[in-house]
Design a protein around this ligand. Structure first.
Ligand SMILES: [Mg+2]
Length: 264
């Protein structure tokens, strides 16, 4: 691990593949949406099974680079194509069907299983420094039971640009009330998280659960899981007093606990 002499006063965290595995969540979401389509729009389901919809979504993503920061818009546009292809010009049915199908997808997409150490590690990190989510995905943190550990969540869809663009890292630092040099960003993706955070002036930490390749030079820190990052934070940052927490310039109120079940 690279020696990191900086004082860390806040942490931003990637979500997908850093706190949970995204592939099983997307697979559940696709199955749930397919079940719904079979029930309510069998013509669409017959013409656009899961594998074909997945290919369509990949094609939409490659043909619309202007939507690279917005996975929700990519998915809605894919559904519009599939519904239009199956139902012709029934615009009323198409518009309602797209939104309902997308709602089903999002329900499934939030049925995530955090990696085993994650909930404990989040609590340990949040006890030392303000914690914020910084994601290119479309997970709604307030739907998940870990929301209480975060001060806020900033996502690329709302912000308008995705990691590794420095502007989204700087926006998160601004909301934390801290210069980039005081903030550590951790994530699994070498380009979006590690190289992005490094270029934006943050301390970059690579969460590398596979441990198969050497960390790049842009990784100030390198951990095998989130628990190891929590160990590192605890070894470096004392438990803050209430007074110092209030003076940190960060929002003092964590995100609300979810009002819905984490599985809805
Ligand atoms: Mg990720």
């Amino acid at each position: 691990m690279v020696n990191c002499a900086r004082m860390i006063r806040a942490v931003t965290l990637d979500l997908d593949d850093t706190l949970w595995a995204i592939a099983p969540a997307i697979a559940r979401a696709e199955r749930r949406m397919d079940d719904w389509l079979q029930q309510h729009f069998p013509a669409v389901a017959a013409r656009w099974p899961i594998s074909r919809l997945r290919e369509l979504r990949d094609r939409v993503a490659s043909e619309h680079p202007e939507l690279a920061h917005d996975f929700s818009a990519q998915r809605r546009l894919s559904l519009r194509h599939a519904f239009g292809d199956s139902l012709g010009h029934d615009h009323h049915a198409i518009d309602g069907g797209i939104e309902s199908a997308f709602v089903e997808f999002q329900h499934g997409r939030h049925e995530i299983e955090p990696y085993p150490e994650v909930l404990d590690a989040l609590a340990r990190i949040a006890a030392r420094v303000p914690l914020a989510a910084l994601t290119n995905g479309n997970a709604d943190l307030e739907r998940l039971r870990m929301a209480e550990h975060f001060q806020f969540s900033l996502n690329a869809r709302e912000f308008g640009r995705a990691k590794p663009d420095p502007s989204i890292f700087h926006a998160a630092c601004e909301r934390l009330g801290l210069p980039p040099g005081d903030v550590l960003h951790a994530g699994d993706d070498l380009d979006a998280d590690v190289r992005g955070a490094h270029a934006a002036g943050l301390t970059s930490a690579w969460i590398d659960r596979r441990g198969t390749v050497e960390p790049p030079a842009e990784a100030h820190l390198h951990f095998g899981c989130l628990g190891a990052l929590a160990d590192w934070i605890e070894s470096r940052v004392p438990v803050p007093s209430e007074k110092s927490r209030r003076g940190a310039g960060a929002p003092s109120t964590p995100m609300k606990k979810p009002t819905r079940s984490p599985l809805t």
